[in-house]
Design a protein around this ligand. Structure first.
Ligand code: HEC
Length: 265
């Protein structure tokens, strides 16, 4: 057997194996998640503070009814532009159990403080499932990170969240939904326990922005990217400084080289 035909055979086997792996990795078929433009993308990407605030408004008025956000505390909201007093006001709207009992040894509830973690909607997983047709609404702190597509150039977590929130509709005629489930063209298997959470005008934005379904979905997707990757802006700034340093360093090295070698031909 010639080397050429051996290489050909080997590559056929490899391509075949890769195809099998690819198909096996995507049960339920391939779903294309549309890619959107986001202010935080790219090398100079940054968050739009007004958009983050709108996203928080969606979280607190809609999503927080079912989804917890266990890694965020109220004072984290100061970094998206809320003042200290506004944060105090937001935190004080929830009742949390005090860490220590009172003088009679009883646990008691008090209004939230900025240092408290976001108040969860359900006391435990069983209660969350019981209220949601057996499905668990995942904690939202890192959701955007965990739902990003795999591989270079894949869709982002924000793309996925935006697609999911705008992907509800009537199921195709030949599809039978299980009881309590909802059709969504971007969810794996197309049946999701979460009822469509957002419609046009689900909220009235404090900053006057028109609350279309698309706008709301973009705003919450941006907010969830921030909670999952709050350090992104800092990382980009550091990267930019490193690049600048390298450019200056290269120029200096070049100038030094010219000087040192000036008289040698
Ligand atoms: C009435 C309760 C409820 C509300 C309100 C709600 N969700 Fe959900 N959500 C769920 C449940 C239940 C699941 C799990 C669905 C499943 O596994 O079928 C879920 C799952 C999700 C998922 C993960 C889907 C996946 O790929 O696994 C995302 C993203 C999501 N919700 C976003 C949101 C956003 C954003 C909001 C607010 C605009 C919101 N949800 C409001 C109940 C809710």
């Amino acid at each position: 057997m010639s080397i050429r035909s051996l290489v050909l055979k080997a590559s056929t086997v490899l391509v075949g194996a890769a195809a099998v792996l690819f198909i096996a990795a995507e049960p339920g078929g391939h779903i294309d998640i549309p890619k959107e433009n986001w202010s935080f993308q790219g090398f100079f990407g940054h968050y739009d503070r007004a958009q983050l605030k709108r996203g928080f408004q969606i979280y607190s008025q809609v999503c927080s009814g079912c989804h917890s956000m266990n890694l965020m505390s109220y004072r984290n909201l100061q970094s998206i532009g809320f003042t200290e007093d506004e944060v105090k006001e937001i935190a004080s709207k929830v009742q949390v159990q005090n860490e220590d009992p009172n003088d009679a040894g009883e646990m008691f509830e008090r209004p939230g403080k900025p240092s408290d973690l976001f108040h969860p909607p359900f006391p435990n997983e069983q209660a969350a499932r019981a209220a949601n047709n057996g499905a668990l609404p995942p904690d939202m702190s890192l959701l955007a990170k965990s739902r990003a597509g795999k591989g270079f150039g894949g869709y982002s977590g924000a793309d996925y969240i935006h697609a999911l929130l705008t992907g509800y509709g009537e199921p195709p005629a030949d599809m039978k939904l299980n009881p309590g489930m909802n059709y969504n063209k971007f969810f794996k298997g197309h049946q999701i326990a979460m009822p469509q959470p957002l419609q046009d005008d689900s909220v009235t934005y404090a900053d006057g922005t028109k609350a279309t379904l698309d706008q709301e979905s973009r705003d919450i997707a941006t907010f969830l990217t921030w909670t999952a990757e709050g350090e992104m802006e800092q990382r980009k700034k550091t990267g930019l400084r490193a690049m600048l340093f390298l450019v200056v360093f290269t120029l200096l090295a070049y100038a030094a080289k010219r000087k040192v070698w000036k008289n040698i031909h």
